[in-house]
Design a binder for this molecule. Structure first.
Ligand code: TYD
Length: 138
């Protein structure tokens, strides 16, 4: 069972020129899983939070490509808050970690690289159910 200590920050390259910055992400080099899907969250209204679930199998790398937001990760025993505010730094989230995203800055964009296609059956959306599953697996 993964713990919040396994939710680690991954440095991404930053190529800066006078014309601006660019960050390439290579699957094998920077992402600890095969990427099956990419999506992004945007137009998040002030005060809204996202997430509020865990995944049975899905792994993710989350990057704040514009602005900033907080990610709260929870392994059923410990919680950790990570502020993502750099487009060249990703937070890796293994399977079976509860996550909440909040405190989005205005115009914030959250890029997510995911290990599987969307599958509602992979979600645990009830925190009590997540706690039971986390306890059962130790
Ligand atoms: P959800 O994963 O709950 O969003 P968040 O964790 O960002 O709050 O997904 C919100 C809705 O979007 C839900 O109805 C499922 C749908 N959805 C897709 O259809 N495809 C996707 O790849 C994702 C991530 C969500």
């Amino acid at each position: 069972m993964a713990t919040v200590e396994d939710c680690r920050l991954i440095d991404l390259p930053k190529i800066s020129t006078r014309q601006g910055a660019l960050t390439p992400i290579y699957g094998k080099e920077h992402v600890p899983f095969d990427i099956a899907r990419v999506y992004y969250l945007y137009d998040v209204p002030g005060g809204e939070s996202r997430g509020g679930h865990a995944h049975k199998a899905l792994q993710q790398l989350i990057v704040s490509v514009m602005g900033a937001f907080d990610v709260i990760v929870d392994d059923g025993f410990k919680r950790k808050r990570v502020r993502l505010d750099r487009a060249y730094c990703g937070l890796y989230i293994p399977r079976m970690i509860w996550r909440e995203l909040e405190n989005f800055s205005s115009g914030g964009i959250c890029l997510v690289l995911a290990s599987h296609p969307y599958d509602e059956a992979d979600y645990i959306r009830d925190h009590q159910e997540f706690l039971r599953a986390a306890n059962a697996s130790i």
